[in-house]
Design a binder for this molecule. Sequence first.
Ligand code: ZN
Ligand code: ZN
Length: 373
Amino acid sequence: MASKRPQTGSDGPAARRRKALRRCAAQEADSLLVSRPEDVRYLTGFTGDDSVLLLAKGSACLITDGRYDEQSREECPDLEICIRKGPMTTAITDWVRARSAARLGVQAEHVTVSLLGRLRRGLRSRKTVPVTGLVSALRVTKDDSEVRAIRRAVRAAEQAFRELLGEGRRGFVGKSERAIAARLDYRMRLAGASGPSFETIVAAGAHGSLPHYRPGSTVVRKGDPVLIDWGAKVGGYCSDLTRVVFAGRIPPEIARIYEVVLRAQRAGAAAIRPGVRMSTVDRAARNVIAGEGFGDKFVHSLGHGIGLEIHEAPGLARSATGRMRSGMVVTVEPGIYLPGVGGVRIEDDVLVTPQGARKLSSLPRDIAAMTLQ
Ligand code: ZN
Ligand code: ZN
């Protein structure tokens, strides 16, 4: 094992691969093609692109190409590495046909119709078996090393935000949304991030009512609320935070919904406990917002898992059927959006523990702390 992989309380990639293969058997496949890049990384530690992992009893092979020859051997010393010379499909089918595997599991949520067709032709008498949710079911709870990486991603995002806030109003008023986003991204990299974990949202004034707004050339004016949704990526893992900052007098409608959203966020986080239904957690926050008459203005679910991807299982939604488990890391992010006026969303990242939600983020949330001088 490479020394940079902490082992305490964490499954190394080899243990994860054994679990994946066991789950594979339950879906009636005797081998598995892992093609989703985040799943490949999770099961191998390999951080490059355009590569797949093949698993069968007693063997694990990373198929990559010449660009990753050195890197793959360094990152995955315990894997068989195949540097393909021809098409990926040929390398996969050759590997399967050289083994006794008769039923190759393929990731139904990731493999394209075109790849599946080519695999089927190349495998001839051997079968492909679509498998679903197999690796994501393993990734849904985080081990110690993953929680540490997410904490680092939270810290990098928070440090960058604190620095930006430290500039006061002059860091915002007269600056474009895009310029503010660029400065936040730059500071996250200086704070140790490999980059932002998604495209940073900076929404000035009424733009705050668009939950997935893209920052543009609009300039922040004195008195504008500015909604910022950002996150950092560290060691492949994501953080995801949202705050609304105020560059002057706070519009009364916004101050009103700010208080409601904050209360809803506290209620949502307080409802988190292992064994509780995800839909119950969503409802705990939604009831606060609906009780104040803004039910139809909370247009998304309460939160989502974060990890190697910015949005991953579990989803804290009204329609979610699963239950919370210890080790999940989720966002809690209620929002109220008033078209033409603006919006408020407050988002933090929490780890689910036997005692309930433990906040991984530490930025203040009260409106006074978010008001720039
Ligand atoms: Zn977010
Ligand atoms: Zn989010």
